[in-house]
Design a protein around this ligand. Structure first.
Ligand code: SF4
Length: 177
């Protein structure tokens, strides 16, 4: 049987959606025969492959690095799945949106710093003016809402995707659940 090349990507999220993915537990092992996990924070591959069948994205697009990554991932993936409310609405990361980036950085790195108050200038991606959902930048094929989406719903969606179908998630989950 041909295996599906599966990737998962972590943008600006708390990793709770990836934890829910892992909560499929032994069912994940049953599905594992049908896919090859080629890139993910759950494994150690450092380079996103040129061609991926299904890529699941957690988190909002909040920084220049996130934006570069989601554009690259879209180009290289046949199907792109937004997993969770942060990917779909920006959710928690968007709580900083009413404030200018300078005020957010000042609050984090100066007002709440006990020692060495300074803005990090190396290895920290530059924040975009607002945290936005992935589909505002690139086309997304499947949306799995929830914070995080339940493991049962992820299992259903992944099973359908591995079978080459687009999952019908109507009535299966909702925002915030
Ligand atoms: S949707 Fe919820 S669980 Fe998923 S990354 Fe966002 S805050 Fe975390």
């Amino acid at each position: 049987m041909n295996t599906i090349k599966l990737a998962t990507v972590w943008l600006d999220g708390c990793s709770g959606c990836h934890m829910s993915f892992l909560d499929m537990d032994e069912r994940l092992l049953e599905l594992a025969a049908q896919f090859e996990l080629v890139y993910s924070p759950l494994v150690d591959f450092k380079t996103f492959p040129d061609e991926v069948d299904v890529c699941i994205v957690e988190g909002a697009v909040s920084s220049d690095e996130d934006l570069e990554k989601i554009c690259m991932v879209r180009k290289r993936s046949k199907k792109l799945v937004s997993l969770g409310d942060c990917a779909i609405t920006a959710n928690v990361p968007a709580m900083r949106n009413p404030f200018p980036v300078e005020d957010v950085l000042k609050r984090a790195y100066y007002e709440n710093a006990d020692l060495q108050a300074q803005t990090p200038c190396e290895a920290i991606p530059k924040l975009l003016p607002m945290s936005r959902p992935a589909h505002e930048y690139v086309p997304v094929d499947v949306f799995i809402c929830g914070c995080p989406p339940p493991a049962d719903v992820i299992h259903y969606a992944l099973s359908e995707l591995l079978a080459g179908r687009t999952p019908d998630l109507t009535d299966k989950t909702r925002f915030g659940k």
